[in-house]
Design a protein around this ligand. Sequence first.
Ligand code: IMP
Ligand code: MG
Length: 178
Amino acid sequence: MATGEPQLGRMLYAPEAIAARVAEIAAELNHRFAGRSAVVVAVLKGATVFLADLLRRLTFPVSVDFVRIASYGSGRRPGEIRFVKDVELPLEGRDVIVVDDIVDTGGTLARLRQALEGHHPASVTTVALLRRAPKRRLPPNLDLVGFELESDEFVAGYGIDCAERFRELGAIHAVAQE
Ligand code: IMP
Ligand code: MG
């Protein structure tokens, strides 16, 4: 039945499974960054719920900043990115941890990494909750990933939206867009 509204499909990742995986990612970051500090740069808006859960499990000192990236059509050249909101904290010489929601082609993350490298950070570590495996075209360029999404389905929930819907859900679901 086509209503024009996105329809929530089956649950792919339950809140408990997400929480367990977020704890594992945090443990890995705590290991890698023990005795150091970092600037966590989260990508608005989809990474906010993941960020909130991840942050509270970190045991090394972090500062938090946000970027918001304009989405382009497919014709853009690699390397181009437009920030609706750029970072505000100085990144020079800092260890930077990028937190994103879902990596599809990897294009956004690759361009974001390139833009952040321009600030001359000491390092850039990239973390995404989901990576869509079948459509991956560019090199992964991703250091830590929560779940490999072995499907082409659009997903939403746990901060991730479909047409600005479903961010408030605790689970991640498949979404039918019509
Ligand atoms: P990429 O540049 O192709 O890797 O696109 C990544 C961006 O596309 C993500 O940060 C999301 O904003 C969006 N995206 C890709 N797949 C989905 C999805 O299934 N649900 C919601 N957003 C998605
Ligand atoms: Mg995004």
